[in-house]
Design a binder for this molecule. Structure first.
Ligand code: G16
Length: 499
């Protein structure tokens, strides 16, 4: 390692003094103006991780659902999964090192993780459409090159596309071609095949209105559209030509306001969906004949996917171990339905795709979704091999079900001072400050079929309050009462929460 070069380059990406940041739910996130040093340092860290794993590592520059002024960065591990927890700690350690300690911290991490510094390193980079993202990618590249790593900059990419590229490169192309073309071809082929096998064929089933959150999803869908046009015609909204990223649109807005995004009129029977800023969340919705809005969020998507998979498995006569993983945000009735009607075991983990993904890997088929629309289904290698074999052996209805499963496997991209409040039990119980959980318990008792919890966000400087009850009115009122309890007991700042 050329330590003097690191010191010199690091000074060009100097850390604002006193700024302490933590690798959170999805990497580092905050106002873009404070992040340049983090980008450079994550370039350095990606090189160490690449040397240690002898694999390609991904770096994604994005702040996803956060406002346009924010930015962020996350590292992607060799099989397209989120960074390993011990390396998240190293990321925080390196992010907070003072300039004069940079060399020592890098050596420290290398020693702890037995990194062979002579090993080659390769890092791939993607970025979203935020105004600050291009410059930040350059800072990541500076970090990678100063440590002697090689870089491939994919430029503008969605987060799932970057995960895909990393996985392809580390499986010598077995998962697919590590190009944007390869991504479009793999997914579109599986999708078009599936639509050919589908029993419903009317035009209304083959058109979709898509709210792209004024983000990268719009650019990528425009590139991809002609690959799948045989199976689906799409109409794009909030495509970034005028509105601001994630402003009054996108999956987070639609999910939390339970209404359509700005700029999209929905007629009865039209199918609609929203992405978030880096296109790794999706929620669907429609309006019924009375004009009422209906949301198909992550909970419902997980239920639909697992029911469909169970039907197909029944058809081919395979009794596989299917499990669903949710977070505390999952609506209680979706959990009850899955467990009691579908007879599928349901597990609850902490918020963050990394936690759900990890748990889902324990099953033959693990379906995981956060209510906010992040998720996928994971198929174990043994199941994938079995389904490939059945696709060749089975005929008629069974053969058709096996082929549908085969295409589903290809279609699902499988890769995949608020701290005053601390939580336990997969974030469903507040441990501190004292008295808060008791106050929430008392409030919950006042409403029928209700549940509520609070947790510090890992991506924004806010406390999230979740409430459910037997009517919208009761849920809103419970949420308000819980936010007042948080405000009073956890030292809220600014105005008291309004109903
Ligand atoms: C990220 C994570 C998600 C998480 C969300 C909100 O999503 O990847 O797993 O649900 O943040 O997290 P929190 O409630 O801790 O702020 P995204 O789409 O912003 O990358």
């Amino acid at each position: 390692m050329d330590l003097s070069a690191i010191t010199k380059h690091s000074a060009l990406h100097a850390k604002p003094s006193g700024l302490l940041l933590q690798y959170g739910t999805a990497g580092f996130r905050m106002k873009a103006e404070h992040l340049d040093h983090i980008m450079f340092r994550m370039g350095l860290l990606a090189v160490l991780r690449s040397k240690q794993t002898k694999s390609t590592i991904g770096v994604m520059v994005t702040a996803s659902h956060n406002p346009e002024e924010d930015n962020g960065v996350k590292l992607v591990d060799p099989l397209g999964e989120m960074l390993a927890p011990s390396w998240e700690e190293h990321a925080t350690y390196l992010a907070n090192a003072e300039e004069e300690d940079m060399q020592r911290v890098l050596i420290d991490i290398s020693e702890k993780e037995a990194v062979d510094l002579q090993q080659d390193a390769f890092v791939v980079i993607g970025r979203d459409t935020r105004p600050s993202s291009e410059k930040f990618s350059q800072s990541v590249i500076d970090g990678v090159t100063v440590l002697g790593g090689q870089v491939h900059d994919y430029g503008l990419l969605t987060t799932p596309q970057l995960h895909y590229m990393v996985c392809c490169r580390n499986t010598s192309g077995q998962y697919g071609m590590a190009t944007i073309e390869g991504y479009y071809q793999k997914l579109s082929r599986a999708f078009v095949e599936l639509t050919k096998q589908a029993s419903c064929s009317g035009d209304e089933y083959r058109s979709l209105k898509i709210d792209c959150a004024n983000g990268i999803g719009a650019l990528k869908l425009k590139e991809m559209e002609h690959y799948f046009s045989q199976g689906l015609s799409v109409q794009l909204f909030n495509d970034g030509t005028k509105g601001k990223l994630n402003h009054l649109c996108g999956a987070d807005f639609v999910k939390s306001h339970q209404k359509p995004p700005q700029g999209m009129e929905i007629k009865f029977n039209e199918r609609c969906c929203s992405f978030d800023g880096d296109a790794d969340r999706i929620v669907y919705y429609y309006c019924d004949a009375d004009g009422h809005f209906h949301l198909i969020d992550g909970d419902k998507i997980a239920t639909l996917i697992s029911s469909f998979l169970k039907e197909l498995l029944l058809e081919i006569g395979e009794n596989l171990n299917v499990g669903v993983v949710q977070t505390a945000y999952a609506n209680g009735s979706s959990t009850r339905y899955l467990e009691e009607v579908m007879k599928v075991p349901v597990y609850c983990t902490k918020t963050g795709v990394k936690h759900l993904h990890h748990k889902a890997q324990e099953f033959d088929i693990g379906v995981y979704f956060e209510a906010n629309g992040h998720g996928t289904a994971l198929f174990s290698k043994a199941v994938e091999d079995k389904i490939n074999q059945l696709t060749r052996e089975l005929e008629d209805k069974k053969g058709k079900a096996a082929k549908i499963l085969r295409n589903i496997i290809d279609l699902f991209n499988q890769v995949a001072d608020r701290k005053v409040i601390s939580t336990t039990d997969a974030e469903r119980q507040a441990v501190t400050p004292p008295g808060l959980q008791e106050a929430i318990n008392d409030l919950v008792k006042k409403y029928r079929l209700s549940r509520a919890f609070v947790r510090p966000s890992g991506t924004e400087d806010v406390i999230r309050v979740y409430a459910e009850a037997d009517s919208q009115e009761s849920a809103d009122s419970l949420a308000h009462e819980v936010s007042l309890a948080v405000f009073d007991l956890a030292g809220g700042i600014g105005e008291r929460p309004q109903p």
